[in-house]
Design a protein around this ligand. Sequence first.
Ligand code: C5P
Length: 229
Amino acid sequence: MAVALLVAAGRGERLGATGPKAFVVLAGRPLLEWSLDALRAVDAVRRIVVALPEGYYAPPGCVGVRGGVERSHSVRAALAASLEGDGDGEAGTGDPDEPVIVHDAARPLVTPAQIERALAALEESGADAVVAAAPVTDTIKRARPSGEVETTLDRRALWAIQTPQVFRRSALSAALAQPDELLARATDDAWLIEQAGGRVHVVESPRENLKVTTPVDLRLAALLLEDRC
Ligand code: C5P
Protein backbone atom coordinates (compact mmCIF):
# COMPACT_ATOMS: atom_id res chain seq x y z
CA MET A 1 0.00 0.00 0.00
CA ALA A 2 1.03 3.62 -0.48
CA VAL A 3 0.14 7.11 0.68
CA ALA A 4 -0.24 10.06 -1.68
CA LEU A 5 0.67 13.68 -0.97
CA LEU A 6 -0.98 16.19 -3.28
CA VAL A 7 0.64 19.63 -3.03
CA ALA A 8 -1.89 22.35 -3.80
CA ALA A 9 -0.78 25.26 -1.60
CA GLY A 10 0.94 27.39 -4.25
CA ARG A 11 -0.20 30.89 -5.11
CA GLY A 12 0.20 30.42 -8.85
CA GLU A 13 1.08 34.04 -9.53
CA ARG A 14 2.24 33.33 -13.11
CA LEU A 15 -1.28 32.16 -13.95
CA GLY A 16 -2.65 35.62 -13.10
CA ALA A 17 -5.77 34.16 -11.45
CA THR A 18 -7.49 35.85 -8.52
CA GLY A 19 -7.22 32.79 -6.23
CA PRO A 20 -4.78 29.90 -5.66
CA LYS A 21 -3.89 27.91 -8.80
CA ALA A 22 -5.14 24.54 -7.50
CA PHE A 23 -8.67 25.99 -7.26
CA VAL A 24 -8.81 27.61 -10.68
CA VAL A 25 -11.60 26.04 -12.74
CA LEU A 26 -10.38 23.67 -15.46
CA ALA A 27 -12.94 21.96 -17.70
CA GLY A 28 -15.67 22.72 -15.17
CA ARG A 29 -13.92 21.59 -11.97
CA PRO A 30 -11.24 22.92 -9.61
CA LEU A 31 -7.80 21.99 -10.99
CA LEU A 32 -6.87 19.74 -8.05
CA GLU A 33 -9.94 17.51 -8.57
CA TRP A 34 -8.43 16.08 -11.77
CA SER A 35 -5.33 14.80 -9.95
CA LEU A 36 -7.47 13.55 -7.06
CA ASP A 37 -9.50 11.41 -9.50
CA ALA A 38 -6.30 9.78 -10.75
CA LEU A 39 -4.94 9.15 -7.24
CA ARG A 40 -8.27 7.74 -6.01
CA ALA A 41 -8.32 5.30 -8.94
CA VAL A 42 -5.03 3.67 -7.88
CA ASP A 43 -5.81 0.62 -5.71
CA ALA A 44 -2.53 0.86 -3.80
CA VAL A 45 -3.33 4.37 -2.52
CA ARG A 46 -4.85 4.02 0.94
CA ARG A 47 -4.65 7.63 2.09
CA ILE A 48 -4.43 11.04 0.37
CA VAL A 49 -3.09 14.11 2.15
CA VAL A 50 -3.59 17.49 0.47
CA ALA A 51 -1.39 20.52 1.28
CA LEU A 52 -3.73 23.51 1.04
CA PRO A 53 -3.56 27.30 1.06
CA GLU A 54 -4.83 29.05 4.18
CA GLY A 55 -8.63 29.11 4.39
CA TYR A 56 -9.21 26.07 2.14
CA TYR A 57 -10.59 22.74 3.37
CA ALA A 58 -9.65 19.16 2.48
CA PRO A 59 -11.71 17.53 -0.28
CA PRO A 60 -13.95 14.66 0.91
CA GLY A 61 -12.05 11.53 1.96
CA CYS A 62 -8.70 13.36 2.13
CA VAL A 63 -6.64 14.68 5.03
CA GLY A 64 -5.93 18.41 4.73
CA VAL A 65 -2.89 20.27 6.00
CA ARG A 66 -1.77 23.90 5.68
CA GLY A 67 1.02 24.21 3.07
CA GLY A 68 4.39 25.84 3.71
CA VAL A 69 6.23 28.84 2.30
CA GLU A 70 7.87 26.88 -0.55
CA ARG A 71 6.81 23.68 -2.30
CA SER A 72 9.09 21.32 -0.34
CA HIS A 73 7.84 22.81 2.94
CA SER A 74 4.33 21.83 1.82
CA VAL A 75 5.53 18.30 1.03
CA ARG A 76 7.11 18.09 4.50
CA ALA A 77 3.88 19.21 6.18
CA ALA A 78 1.87 16.67 4.18
CA LEU A 79 4.29 13.85 4.98
CA ALA A 80 3.98 14.61 8.70
CA ALA A 81 0.17 14.69 8.42
CA SER A 82 0.18 11.30 6.67
CA LEU A 83 1.14 9.77 10.02
CA GLU A 84 -1.58 11.46 12.06
CA GLY A 85 -4.94 9.80 12.71
CA ASP A 86 -7.96 11.98 12.03
CA GLY A 87 -10.81 9.53 12.52
CA ASP A 88 -11.45 9.62 8.76
CA GLY A 89 -9.37 6.90 7.20
CA GLU A 90 -6.46 4.85 8.39
CA ALA A 91 -3.51 6.69 9.92
CA GLY A 92 -0.05 6.18 8.46
CA THR A 93 1.97 3.16 9.52
CA GLY A 94 5.35 4.89 9.55
CA ASP A 95 6.75 1.82 7.73
CA PRO A 96 10.12 3.09 6.41
CA ASP A 97 9.68 1.10 3.18
CA GLU A 98 6.17 2.39 2.49
CA PRO A 99 5.97 4.10 -0.92
CA VAL A 100 4.96 7.77 -0.75
CA ILE A 101 3.62 9.36 -3.93
CA VAL A 102 4.17 13.12 -4.27
CA HIS A 103 2.14 14.88 -6.95
CA ASP A 104 1.66 18.53 -7.93
CA ALA A 105 -1.99 19.58 -8.18
CA ALA A 106 -0.70 21.73 -11.05
CA ARG A 107 -0.42 18.56 -13.22
CA PRO A 108 -4.09 17.72 -13.78
CA LEU A 109 -3.48 15.38 -16.74
CA VAL A 110 -1.79 12.65 -14.71
CA THR A 111 -3.38 9.20 -15.18
CA PRO A 112 -3.73 6.25 -12.78
CA ALA A 113 -1.51 4.21 -15.15
CA GLN A 114 1.34 6.73 -14.84
CA ILE A 115 1.13 6.59 -11.05
CA GLU A 116 1.08 2.78 -11.12
CA ARG A 117 4.11 2.70 -13.44
CA ALA A 118 6.08 4.88 -11.02
CA LEU A 119 5.12 2.63 -8.09
CA ALA A 120 6.14 -0.49 -10.03
CA ALA A 121 9.45 1.12 -11.04
CA LEU A 122 10.24 1.88 -7.39
CA GLU A 123 9.83 -1.82 -6.57
CA GLU A 124 11.81 -3.02 -9.59
CA SER A 125 14.69 -0.54 -9.37
CA GLY A 126 15.31 -0.67 -5.63
CA ALA A 127 16.01 3.09 -5.91
CA ASP A 128 15.19 5.61 -3.16
CA ALA A 129 12.98 7.54 -5.56
CA VAL A 130 11.43 7.24 -9.02
CA VAL A 131 10.39 10.35 -10.93
CA ALA A 132 8.08 10.63 -13.94
CA ALA A 133 9.95 12.31 -16.79
CA ALA A 134 9.58 13.08 -20.49
CA PRO A 135 12.49 12.81 -22.92
CA VAL A 136 13.61 16.31 -23.96
CA THR A 137 12.68 17.13 -27.54
CA ASP A 138 14.14 20.65 -27.79
CA THR A 139 17.84 21.37 -28.21
CA ILE A 140 19.08 22.68 -24.86
CA LYS A 141 21.91 25.22 -24.64
CA ARG A 142 23.47 26.78 -21.57
CA ALA A 143 24.10 30.50 -22.01
CA ARG A 144 25.93 33.17 -20.02
CA PRO A 145 23.93 36.12 -18.55
CA SER A 146 25.15 38.12 -21.58
CA GLY A 147 23.26 35.71 -23.85
CA GLU A 148 26.44 34.16 -25.27
CA VAL A 149 26.08 30.38 -25.63
CA GLU A 150 28.46 28.42 -23.46
CA THR A 151 27.59 24.88 -24.52
CA THR A 152 24.97 22.64 -26.12
CA LEU A 153 23.92 19.68 -24.00
CA ASP A 154 23.45 16.15 -25.37
CA ARG A 155 19.67 15.86 -25.25
CA ARG A 156 19.78 12.05 -25.52
CA ALA A 157 20.63 12.06 -21.81
CA LEU A 158 18.18 14.80 -20.80
CA TRP A 159 14.77 14.39 -19.18
CA ALA A 160 12.15 16.98 -18.29
CA ILE A 161 11.12 16.06 -14.77
CA GLN A 162 7.47 15.89 -13.75
CA THR A 163 5.39 14.50 -10.92
CA PRO A 164 4.30 11.89 -9.79
CA GLN A 165 7.49 11.22 -7.86
CA VAL A 166 7.52 8.12 -5.67
CA PHE A 167 9.77 7.69 -2.64
CA ARG A 168 10.53 5.23 0.10
CA ARG A 169 9.13 6.92 3.21
CA SER A 170 12.50 6.72 5.02
CA ALA A 171 14.36 8.40 2.13
CA LEU A 172 11.80 11.21 1.72
CA SER A 173 11.61 11.80 5.44
CA ALA A 174 15.43 12.09 5.73
CA ALA A 175 15.61 14.36 2.68
CA LEU A 176 12.96 16.70 4.08
CA ALA A 177 14.63 16.84 7.49
CA GLN A 178 17.30 19.13 5.99
CA PRO A 179 17.37 22.87 6.80
CA ASP A 180 14.56 25.11 5.57
CA GLU A 181 16.99 27.10 3.38
CA LEU A 182 18.01 23.97 1.44
CA LEU A 183 14.38 22.93 1.05
CA ALA A 184 13.59 26.39 -0.32
CA ARG A 185 16.07 25.79 -3.17
CA ALA A 186 14.52 22.46 -4.21
CA THR A 187 12.34 22.61 -7.32
CA ASP A 188 11.57 18.93 -6.74
CA ASP A 189 12.02 16.58 -3.80
CA ALA A 190 14.14 14.11 -5.74
CA TRP A 191 16.88 16.76 -5.86
CA LEU A 192 17.06 16.60 -2.05
CA ILE A 193 17.55 12.82 -2.29
CA GLU A 194 20.34 13.35 -4.86
CA GLN A 195 22.02 15.88 -2.53
CA ALA A 196 22.03 13.27 0.22
CA GLY A 197 23.68 10.70 -2.11
CA GLY A 198 20.51 8.67 -2.69
CA ARG A 199 19.57 6.87 -5.91
CA VAL A 200 16.90 8.38 -8.15
CA HIS A 201 15.51 6.75 -11.33
CA VAL A 202 13.37 8.18 -14.09
CA VAL A 203 10.31 6.46 -15.51
CA GLU A 204 9.12 7.66 -18.90
CA SER A 205 5.95 9.74 -18.94
CA PRO A 206 4.24 11.63 -21.79
CA ARG A 207 4.76 15.36 -22.31
CA GLU A 208 0.96 15.69 -22.03
CA ASN A 209 1.38 15.40 -18.26
CA LEU A 210 2.09 19.11 -18.36
CA LYS A 211 2.31 21.56 -15.48
CA VAL A 212 -0.19 24.40 -15.52
CA THR A 213 1.88 27.53 -14.95
CA THR A 214 0.62 30.16 -17.41
CA PRO A 215 -2.79 30.88 -19.01
CA VAL A 216 -1.62 29.09 -22.19
CA ASP A 217 -1.01 25.89 -20.17
CA LEU A 218 -4.53 26.12 -18.77
CA ARG A 219 -6.02 26.36 -22.28
CA LEU A 220 -3.91 23.44 -23.48
CA ALA A 221 -4.90 21.31 -20.49
CA ALA A 222 -8.58 22.04 -21.15
CA LEU A 223 -8.21 20.93 -24.79
CA LEU A 224 -6.38 17.73 -23.81
CA LEU A 225 -9.03 16.88 -21.20
CA GLU A 226 -11.77 17.48 -23.79
CA ASP A 227 -10.04 14.98 -26.11
CA ARG A 228 -10.19 12.36 -23.35
CA CYS A 229 -13.98 12.59 -22.98
O1 C5P B 1 4.70 26.93 -8.28
P1 C5P B 1 4.74 25.59 -8.95
O2 C5P B 1 3.81 25.48 -10.12
O3 C5P B 1 6.12 25.09 -9.25
O4 C5P B 1 4.16 24.60 -7.84
C1 C5P B 1 4.11 23.21 -8.06
C2 C5P B 1 3.09 22.61 -7.11
O5 C5P B 1 3.48 22.84 -5.76
C3 C5P B 1 1.69 23.20 -7.26
O6 C5P B 1 0.72 22.17 -7.27
C4 C5P B 1 1.56 24.11 -6.05
O7 C5P B 1 0.23 24.25 -5.56
C5 C5P B 1 2.43 23.40 -5.02
N1 C5P B 1 2.99 24.32 -4.01
C6 C5P B 1 2.67 24.11 -2.67
N2 C5P B 1 3.21 24.96 -1.71
C7 C5P B 1 3.98 25.99 -2.06
C8 C5P B 1 4.32 26.21 -3.43
C9 C5P B 1 3.81 25.35 -4.38
O8 C5P B 1 1.93 23.18 -2.33
N3 C5P B 1 4.43 26.80 -1.11
